[in-house]
Design a protein around this ligand. Structure first.
Ligand SMILES: *[C@@H]1O[C@H](CO)[C@@H](O)[C@H](O)[C@H]1NC(C)=O
Ligand SMILES: *[C@@H]1O[C@H](CO)[C@@H](O)[C@H](O)[C@H]1NC(C)=O
Ligand SMILES: *[C@@H]1O[C@H](CO)[C@@H](O)[C@H](O)[C@H]1NC(C)=O
Ligand SMILES: [Zn+2]
Length: 336
């Protein structure tokens, strides 16, 4: 229990996943790729026709989880892949998604809910905010990793601060690159990444980021996104292991220079996937529903149960890694 107790002492504040900057940037990128029809649908749900309608709510889920009313949602921001980095990285949904859910089941659940005509406006509003946030979280490699609670328990030095690897990936390395975390900073970073996707260094690969994405099987799609992020833990985040990072006098500039391109890649992926995902939700559920006449309504595929329990793995005994995460209060540890 000693190490859990230590983790439990850490101050749980600023519980962000990609920080505010990363999530808002992902949202702005998505705004660029949604169709006008998807945009007005989302603006209607959010009651916001401003130019930041998705970016403004992109970190809602992080604020919510730090409230008493929202504490239940904390495990939905990550999946604790119980692999063995840097030797072996992999995600196994049955093994890794806890009994109360993880980012994979949450993406599936809120994807279904946001397009479900039976729910109240408040439920649909919450579902959209969760989808926008969790499709971002799953691209952060350390949100797809159980080791040391996703790197929260790996002490490192960055730009003269003593912090942890998770918070540097979420927040401090992106902010070092961009110089701030305002919506204007996010919009500007998004514009840079959109240009890379459309005509720059990501142009040849962007189609592969969404190639097999389908809302008809959100669980498989989200598991693939998690596996993609998780693989980077072995290859980019800690290829020499965690101790080598803790031993570095400072992650800047050597480590930062080595990984910042991957951070940009993952933010770009998150935004591109989110835009495509929202288009699919709108086109395959909401748009179809509003087109149906009486006969088509009678013919409609039955909607599934609203508690989303079919998106959860079979219950299993809690592993050591999951007990450690629970002791940490499911938070991230962001201190500077
Ligand atoms: C939508 O926003 C407008 C102004 O921003 C506000 O007056 C109105 O009450 C809101 N409607 C709902 C349903 O929240
Ligand atoms: C995934 O994990 C479950 C539970 O530990 C295990 O039974 C199954 O064999 C694993 N699947 C793969 C492909 O390793
Ligand atoms: C799906 O979302 C609803 C509303 O937040 C929640 O009550 C339910 O537990 C969720 N189900 C899963 C499997 O996450
Ligand atoms: Zn999060």
């Amino acid at each position: 229990m000693a190490s859990y107790a230590l983790l439990g002492l850490a101050t749980l504040q600023g519980v962000n996943a990609w920080g505010v900057l990363g999530h808002a940037t992902i949202a702005y990128i998505a705004q660029n790729y949604v169709t006008p029809q998807t945009a007005s649908w989302a603006q209607g749900i959010l009651n916001d026709t401003s130019s930041s309608y998705l970016a403004s709510i992109a970190s809602f889920a992080d604020q919510f989880r730090s409230t008493a009313a929202g504490a239940w949602s904390a495990p939905l921001h990550f999946v604790d892949a119980e692999d063995n980095p840097p030797t072996t990285c992999n995600v196994n949904f049955t093994r890794d998604c806890g009994a109360t859910g993880c980012v994979i089941s949450a993406i599936a659940n809120y994807t279904q809910r946001v397009g479900d005509g039976r729910l109240t406006a408040d439920d649909i509003n919450q579902a959209l905010k969760f989808v926008v946030h969790f499709v971002g979280d799953v691209t952060q490699p350390l949100h797809d990793e159980a080791f040391e609670a996703g790197g929260n328990g790996i002490p490192v030095h960055f730009m003269g601060f003593n912090d942890n690897l998770h918070s540097d990936w979420d927040t401090f390395m992106p902010e070092e690159l961009i110089g701030g975390d305002s919506l204007a900073d996010a919009q500007s970073w998004a514009n840079t990444l959109i240009a890379e996707i459309d005509t720059g260094s990501f142009a040849s690969e962007a189609a592969t980021w969404i190639a097999y994405d389908t809302i008809y099987d959100a669980l498989t799609t989200a598991t693939r996104w998690a596996s993609d992020g998780n693989a980077l833990v072995c290859t980019v985040v800690m290829p020499q292991g965690a101790a080598a990072l803790t031993a570095m006098p400072d992650l800047f500039p050597g480590y930062y220079d080595a990984v910042i391109g991957t951070i940009e890649l993952q933010i770009a992926k998150g935004g591109y996937r989110l835009g495509n995902w929202l288009n699919m939700i709108f086109e395959k559920t909401v748009a179809r529903r509003s087109l149906t006449d009486e006969a088509e309504i009678a013919d409609r595929v039955p909607e599934s149960e609203l508690d989303g329990h079919k998106f959860l793995p079979e219950p299993r005994a809690m592993s050591k890694a999951k007990m450690a995460r629970a002791a940490l209060g499911y938070g991230c540890n962001h201190q500077h």
